[in-house]
Design a protein around this ligand. Structure first.
Ligand code: CO
Length: 173
């Protein structure tokens, strides 16, 4: 089932999300619905607060259309090691129409719990996968990529952001 995506200006995107203690069948279904929603929106990552659930769950799949899919569903994801720094352009399904450079650690190790309740780690990952996972974990802490863009890019996108937060006022969060 595809879910609706909350956009810039809605309060839930600014809340610190809660740890998941137990993966219930409904949380497992939420993780699947999030992947479906992400694919339907042509996104490469989605965090639970973006679909109205303030819990620590993210889904990611950075493969391109020609490749076999490689989805990750990560509960309580945590960066346990980070190395270097690199800059690349980012966007976000909750901030449609805005794209800007963000600097992040280049290589990371992430620990998480899988949908089966078992812990796993992605060691020394880099590139788009590392960037995407960091962007999604930021969502769990109420941080959006536009918080991390340059003053120039912020000024350039001010109008779009204002419009987005105005448009989202009437929607409950
Ligand atoms: Co995002």
């Amino acid at each position: 089932m595809a879910l609706s995506i909350y956009t810039y200006g809605q309060k839930i995107l600014r809340k610190k999300a809660q740890e998941v203690v137990k993966i219930t069948p409904s949380l497992a279904k939420l993780a699947d619905d999030m992947l479906e929603t992400m694919y339907a929106s042509a996104g490469i990552g989605l965090a639970a607060p973006q679909v109205g659930h303030s819990i620590r769950l993210i889904v990611v799949d950075v493969t391109s259309e020609e490749e076999p899919r490689k989805p990750y569903q990560m509960f309580n994801p945590k960066v346990v090691n980070k190395v270097g720094a690199c800059t690349a352009e980012e966007g976000c399904l909750s901030v449609p129409g805005v794209w800007a450079d963000v600097e992040r650690p280049e290589s990371i190790t992430v620990e998480a719990m899988g949908k089966n309740g078992k812990p796993f780690a992605l060691k020394d990952i880099d590139g788009l996968l590392a960037r995407c996972i960091q962007h999604e974990i930021d969502h769990l802490d109420g941080v959006l990529f536009v918080d991390k863009i340059s003053a120039t890019d912020r000024t350039l996108n001010q109008g779009k952001l204002k419009k987005l937060s105005k448009g989202s006022k009437s929607v409950p969060s």
